[in-house]
Design a protein around this ligand. Sequence first.
Ligand SMILES: [Mg+2]
Length: 317
Amino acid sequence: MDEFGLIATYFTRPARHAAVRLGVGDDAAVLAASGQEHVLTTDTLVAGVHFPDAAPGFDVGYKALAVNASDLAAMGARPLGFLLSLALPAIDETWLGGFRDGLFRLADELAMDLIGGDTVHGALTITITAIGEVPPGEALTRAGARAGDRIYVSGLLGEAALGFLMRAGRVTLPEEFAPQVLARLDRPRPRIAEGQALRGIASAAIDVSDGLVADLGHLTHASGVGAALDLRRLPLSDAYDAAFTTVGYDAALTFGDDYELVFTVPPERLTALHGVAAKVPGGFHYIGDIVAEPGLVFRGGPAGYAPATGGYAHFRS
Ligand SMILES: [Mg+2]
Protein backbone atom coordinates (compact mmCIF):
# COMPACT_ATOMS: atom_id res chain seq x y z
CA MET A 1 0.00 0.00 0.00
CA ASP A 2 1.36 3.43 -0.89
CA GLU A 3 0.59 6.83 0.56
CA PHE A 4 -2.43 7.38 -1.66
CA GLY A 5 -3.90 3.96 -1.02
CA LEU A 6 -3.43 4.49 2.68
CA ILE A 7 -5.33 7.79 2.62
CA ALA A 8 -8.10 6.31 0.47
CA THR A 9 -8.41 3.20 2.66
CA TYR A 10 -8.18 4.69 6.11
CA PHE A 11 -8.84 8.40 6.06
CA THR A 12 -11.40 9.28 3.39
CA ARG A 13 -15.07 9.73 4.24
CA PRO A 14 -17.78 12.30 3.57
CA ALA A 15 -17.67 15.62 5.41
CA ARG A 16 -20.52 16.46 7.79
CA HIS A 17 -20.10 20.26 7.86
CA ALA A 18 -21.49 22.21 4.91
CA ALA A 19 -18.63 24.67 5.44
CA VAL A 20 -16.22 22.00 4.14
CA ARG A 21 -16.39 22.76 0.41
CA LEU A 22 -13.42 20.50 -0.35
CA GLY A 23 -11.85 17.98 2.01
CA VAL A 24 -9.34 15.12 1.72
CA GLY A 25 -7.95 14.41 -1.75
CA ASP A 26 -7.04 17.68 -3.42
CA ASP A 27 -3.99 19.95 -3.07
CA ALA A 28 -5.65 21.75 -0.17
CA ALA A 29 -8.97 21.90 1.65
CA VAL A 30 -11.51 24.67 1.13
CA LEU A 31 -13.60 26.02 4.02
CA ALA A 32 -16.48 28.40 3.36
CA ALA A 33 -16.37 31.71 5.20
CA SER A 34 -19.26 31.75 7.66
CA GLY A 35 -19.35 35.15 9.35
CA GLN A 36 -17.64 33.49 12.33
CA GLU A 37 -14.03 33.84 13.42
CA HIS A 38 -11.87 30.80 12.77
CA VAL A 39 -9.82 29.38 15.67
CA LEU A 40 -6.76 27.31 14.74
CA THR A 41 -4.41 25.27 16.89
CA THR A 42 -1.79 22.57 16.31
CA ASP A 43 -0.08 19.94 18.45
CA THR A 44 2.46 17.22 17.70
CA LEU A 45 2.74 13.87 19.47
CA VAL A 46 6.00 11.91 19.11
CA ALA A 47 6.26 8.19 19.95
CA GLY A 48 8.54 7.63 22.92
CA VAL A 49 8.10 11.25 24.03
CA HIS A 50 4.35 11.91 24.30
CA PHE A 51 3.17 8.30 24.36
CA PRO A 52 4.89 4.92 24.78
CA ASP A 53 6.05 3.23 21.57
CA ALA A 54 3.81 0.26 22.42
CA ALA A 55 0.64 2.35 23.01
CA PRO A 56 -2.41 0.95 21.19
CA GLY A 57 -3.23 2.77 17.97
CA PHE A 58 -6.78 3.48 19.18
CA ASP A 59 -5.58 5.43 22.20
CA VAL A 60 -2.96 7.33 20.19
CA GLY A 61 -5.53 8.37 17.59
CA TYR A 62 -8.08 9.38 20.20
CA LYS A 63 -5.64 11.37 22.31
CA ALA A 64 -3.96 13.09 19.34
CA LEU A 65 -7.29 14.66 18.42
CA ALA A 66 -8.35 15.18 22.06
CA VAL A 67 -5.37 17.36 22.97
CA ASN A 68 -6.04 19.60 19.98
CA ALA A 69 -9.78 19.76 20.55
CA SER A 70 -9.08 20.70 24.16
CA ASP A 71 -7.35 23.85 22.93
CA LEU A 72 -10.46 24.69 20.90
CA ALA A 73 -12.51 24.13 24.07
CA ALA A 74 -10.27 26.53 25.98
CA MET A 75 -11.01 29.20 23.37
CA GLY A 76 -14.78 28.64 23.60
CA ALA A 77 -14.79 27.44 19.98
CA ARG A 78 -17.16 25.10 18.18
CA PRO A 79 -15.05 22.43 16.44
CA LEU A 80 -15.26 22.14 12.65
CA GLY A 81 -12.44 19.97 11.39
CA PHE A 82 -8.78 19.07 11.42
CA LEU A 83 -5.71 18.38 9.28
CA LEU A 84 -3.67 15.27 10.04
CA SER A 85 0.04 14.87 9.30
CA LEU A 86 1.20 11.34 9.98
CA ALA A 87 4.78 10.05 9.91
CA LEU A 88 4.88 6.23 10.01
CA PRO A 89 7.94 3.97 10.28
CA ALA A 90 6.05 1.23 8.38
CA ILE A 91 2.47 0.41 7.41
CA ASP A 92 1.19 -1.76 10.26
CA GLU A 93 -2.44 -2.27 9.29
CA THR A 94 -3.50 -3.42 12.75
CA TRP A 95 -2.07 -0.31 14.39
CA LEU A 96 -3.31 1.95 11.61
CA GLY A 97 -6.84 0.57 11.79
CA GLY A 98 -6.87 1.11 15.55
CA PHE A 99 -5.48 4.62 15.14
CA ARG A 100 -8.13 5.45 12.56
CA ASP A 101 -10.90 4.05 14.79
CA GLY A 102 -9.76 6.04 17.84
CA LEU A 103 -9.32 9.21 15.81
CA PHE A 104 -12.76 8.94 14.20
CA ARG A 105 -14.44 7.87 17.45
CA LEU A 106 -13.65 11.25 18.96
CA ALA A 107 -14.13 13.08 15.65
CA ASP A 108 -17.68 11.69 15.53
CA GLU A 109 -18.36 12.64 19.14
CA LEU A 110 -17.20 16.20 18.49
CA ALA A 111 -18.62 16.48 14.94
CA MET A 112 -15.20 17.20 13.41
CA ASP A 113 -14.32 16.53 9.77
CA LEU A 114 -10.89 15.35 8.68
CA ILE A 115 -10.29 17.78 5.81
CA GLY A 116 -6.74 17.04 4.71
CA GLY A 117 -3.18 16.31 5.71
CA ASP A 118 -0.05 14.46 4.74
CA THR A 119 1.45 11.00 5.16
CA VAL A 120 5.19 10.38 5.17
CA HIS A 121 7.71 7.68 6.04
CA GLY A 122 9.57 8.39 9.28
CA ALA A 123 9.61 7.98 13.06
CA LEU A 124 6.03 7.70 14.39
CA THR A 125 4.82 11.27 14.78
CA ILE A 126 1.31 12.70 14.65
CA THR A 127 0.59 16.36 14.02
CA ILE A 128 -2.98 17.58 14.07
CA THR A 129 -4.15 21.08 13.23
CA ALA A 130 -7.66 21.64 14.53
CA ILE A 131 -10.05 24.31 13.25
CA GLY A 132 -13.04 25.73 15.07
CA GLU A 133 -15.20 28.82 14.99
CA VAL A 134 -16.54 31.43 17.41
CA PRO A 135 -18.85 34.40 16.99
CA PRO A 136 -16.75 37.51 16.27
CA GLY A 137 -14.98 38.83 19.34
CA GLU A 138 -16.22 36.05 21.64
CA ALA A 139 -13.16 33.76 21.84
CA LEU A 140 -12.04 33.05 25.39
CA THR A 141 -8.40 33.99 25.95
CA ARG A 142 -5.87 33.81 28.77
CA ALA A 143 -5.70 37.56 29.14
CA GLY A 144 -8.93 38.82 30.73
CA ALA A 145 -8.65 37.83 34.42
CA ARG A 146 -8.90 40.64 37.01
CA ALA A 147 -8.32 40.76 40.78
CA GLY A 148 -11.49 39.61 42.54
CA ASP A 149 -12.45 37.08 39.86
CA ARG A 150 -13.04 33.54 41.09
CA ILE A 151 -11.02 30.63 39.67
CA TYR A 152 -12.86 27.48 38.61
CA VAL A 153 -11.91 24.10 37.17
CA SER A 154 -14.30 22.00 35.08
CA GLY A 155 -13.61 18.60 36.68
CA LEU A 156 -11.31 16.30 38.61
CA LEU A 157 -7.58 16.99 38.73
CA GLY A 158 -4.77 14.45 38.98
CA GLU A 159 -6.62 11.48 37.47
CA ALA A 160 -4.30 11.23 34.45
CA ALA A 161 -1.33 11.48 36.82
CA LEU A 162 -2.67 8.54 38.80
CA GLY A 163 -3.14 6.53 35.62
CA PHE A 164 0.43 7.20 34.57
CA LEU A 165 1.93 6.52 37.99
CA MET A 166 -0.13 3.36 38.42
CA ARG A 167 0.93 2.02 35.02
CA ALA A 168 4.56 2.87 35.88
CA GLY A 169 4.25 0.95 39.16
CA ARG A 170 4.86 4.09 41.25
CA VAL A 171 1.51 4.09 43.03
CA THR A 172 -0.70 1.22 44.07
CA LEU A 173 -4.45 1.78 43.81
CA PRO A 174 -7.39 -0.44 44.68
CA GLU A 175 -8.28 -2.39 41.52
CA GLU A 176 -11.70 -0.74 41.25
CA PHE A 177 -10.09 2.62 40.40
CA ALA A 178 -7.87 1.40 37.54
CA PRO A 179 -10.38 1.80 34.65
CA GLN A 180 -11.26 5.37 35.62
CA VAL A 181 -7.71 6.69 35.95
CA LEU A 182 -6.41 4.88 32.84
CA ALA A 183 -9.33 6.22 30.79
CA ARG A 184 -8.48 9.75 31.92
CA LEU A 185 -4.87 9.25 30.84
CA ASP A 186 -5.51 7.48 27.53
CA ARG A 187 -8.80 8.98 26.37
CA PRO A 188 -9.24 12.47 27.83
CA ARG A 189 -12.57 14.14 27.05
CA PRO A 190 -12.11 17.70 25.80
CA ARG A 191 -14.57 20.08 27.46
CA ILE A 192 -16.06 21.35 24.22
CA ALA A 193 -19.64 22.05 25.37
CA GLU A 194 -18.41 23.68 28.57
CA GLY A 195 -16.00 25.97 26.67
CA GLN A 196 -18.79 27.24 24.41
CA ALA A 197 -21.16 27.68 27.36
CA LEU A 198 -18.55 29.85 29.11
CA ARG A 199 -18.44 32.45 26.32
CA GLY A 200 -19.60 35.74 27.79
CA ILE A 201 -19.15 34.38 31.34
CA ALA A 202 -15.46 33.50 31.80
CA SER A 203 -13.04 36.42 31.81
CA ALA A 204 -10.11 34.13 30.91
CA ALA A 205 -9.63 30.41 30.25
CA ILE A 206 -6.99 27.77 29.53
CA ASP A 207 -6.96 23.98 29.40
CA VAL A 208 -4.88 21.90 31.82
CA SER A 209 -2.28 20.22 29.64
CA ASP A 210 0.93 20.98 31.55
CA GLY A 211 -0.49 20.94 35.08
CA LEU A 212 -2.73 23.33 37.01
CA VAL A 213 0.17 25.36 38.42
CA ALA A 214 1.86 25.81 35.02
CA ASP A 215 -1.34 26.50 33.09
CA LEU A 216 -2.86 28.82 35.66
CA GLY A 217 0.54 30.54 35.62
CA HIS A 218 0.17 31.13 31.87
CA LEU A 219 -3.29 32.61 32.45
CA THR A 220 -2.24 34.93 35.28
CA HIS A 221 0.89 36.01 33.41
CA ALA A 222 -1.15 36.88 30.31
CA SER A 223 -3.67 38.74 32.49
CA GLY A 224 -1.04 40.59 34.57
CA VAL A 225 -2.43 39.25 37.87
CA GLY A 226 -1.73 36.58 40.49
CA ALA A 227 -3.71 33.73 42.03
CA ALA A 228 -4.48 32.28 45.46
CA LEU A 229 -5.40 28.58 45.29
CA ASP A 230 -7.27 26.87 48.11
CA LEU A 231 -5.90 23.32 48.33
CA ARG A 232 -8.95 22.14 50.32
CA ARG A 233 -11.12 22.98 47.32
CA LEU A 234 -9.21 20.99 44.70
CA PRO A 235 -11.59 18.45 43.13
CA LEU A 236 -9.93 15.12 43.92
CA SER A 237 -11.54 11.70 43.42
CA ASP A 238 -11.82 8.75 45.78
CA ALA A 239 -9.00 7.20 43.73
CA TYR A 240 -6.88 10.27 44.45
CA ASP A 241 -7.69 10.08 48.16
CA ALA A 242 -6.50 6.46 48.13
CA ALA A 243 -3.13 7.55 46.73
CA PHE A 244 -2.83 10.81 48.67
CA THR A 245 -0.17 9.63 51.12
CA THR A 246 2.08 8.85 48.12
CA VAL A 247 1.33 11.72 45.75
CA GLY A 248 0.15 14.50 48.09
CA TYR A 249 -1.18 17.55 46.24
CA ASP A 250 1.67 17.49 43.75
CA ALA A 251 0.16 15.07 41.21
CA ALA A 252 -3.02 17.15 40.96
CA LEU A 253 -1.12 20.43 40.69
CA THR A 254 1.84 19.66 38.45
CA PHE A 255 1.40 16.57 36.28
CA GLY A 256 -1.09 17.82 33.71
CA ASP A 257 -2.77 15.77 30.97
CA ASP A 258 -6.14 16.35 32.66
CA TYR A 259 -7.58 18.48 29.82
CA GLU A 260 -10.02 20.16 32.17
CA LEU A 261 -10.68 23.87 31.70
CA VAL A 262 -9.41 26.36 34.25
CA PHE A 263 -11.22 29.67 33.99
CA THR A 264 -11.96 32.86 35.86
CA VAL A 265 -15.33 34.50 36.47
CA PRO A 266 -16.03 38.07 37.63
CA PRO A 267 -18.41 38.33 40.64
CA GLU A 268 -21.21 39.89 38.58
CA ARG A 269 -21.33 36.83 36.30
CA LEU A 270 -21.56 34.16 39.02
CA THR A 271 -25.33 33.84 38.63
CA ALA A 272 -24.90 33.17 34.92
CA LEU A 273 -22.16 30.66 35.74
CA HIS A 274 -24.39 28.76 38.14
CA GLY A 275 -27.00 28.48 35.40
CA VAL A 276 -24.43 26.87 33.09
CA ALA A 277 -22.88 24.70 35.82
CA ALA A 278 -26.25 23.10 36.59
CA LYS A 279 -26.11 21.44 33.15
CA VAL A 280 -22.56 20.09 33.57
CA PRO A 281 -22.26 16.61 35.11
CA GLY A 282 -20.25 17.11 38.29
CA GLY A 283 -20.53 20.89 37.96
CA PHE A 284 -17.66 23.37 38.13
CA HIS A 285 -15.32 23.62 41.10
CA TYR A 286 -14.37 26.91 42.76
CA ILE A 287 -10.68 26.52 43.65
CA GLY A 288 -9.38 29.99 44.43
CA ASP A 289 -9.28 33.68 43.60
CA ILE A 290 -7.44 36.02 41.31
CA VAL A 291 -5.37 38.56 43.25
CA ALA A 292 -3.56 41.72 42.15
CA GLU A 293 -0.12 40.61 43.32
CA PRO A 294 1.59 38.48 40.61
CA GLY A 295 2.55 34.94 41.57
CA LEU A 296 0.75 31.93 43.00
CA VAL A 297 0.03 31.39 46.68
CA PHE A 298 -1.47 28.28 48.29
CA ARG A 299 -4.07 28.37 51.03
CA GLY A 300 -5.49 25.60 53.18
CA GLY A 301 -2.60 23.14 52.95
CA PRO A 302 0.33 22.34 55.22
CA ALA A 303 2.17 25.50 56.36
CA GLY A 304 4.56 26.70 53.69
CA TYR A 305 3.32 24.14 51.17
CA ALA A 306 4.55 24.47 47.57
CA PRO A 307 4.74 21.74 44.92
CA ALA A 308 8.15 20.05 44.58
CA THR A 309 10.22 21.82 41.94
CA GLY A 310 9.46 20.24 38.59
CA GLY A 311 6.70 18.19 40.18
CA TYR A 312 5.85 15.11 38.22
CA ALA A 313 6.86 16.43 34.82
CA HIS A 314 9.77 14.00 34.61
CA PHE A 315 7.37 11.05 34.92
CA ARG A 316 5.37 12.16 31.90
CA SER A 317 5.35 9.87 28.90
MG1 LIG B 1 -3.86 24.72 25.81
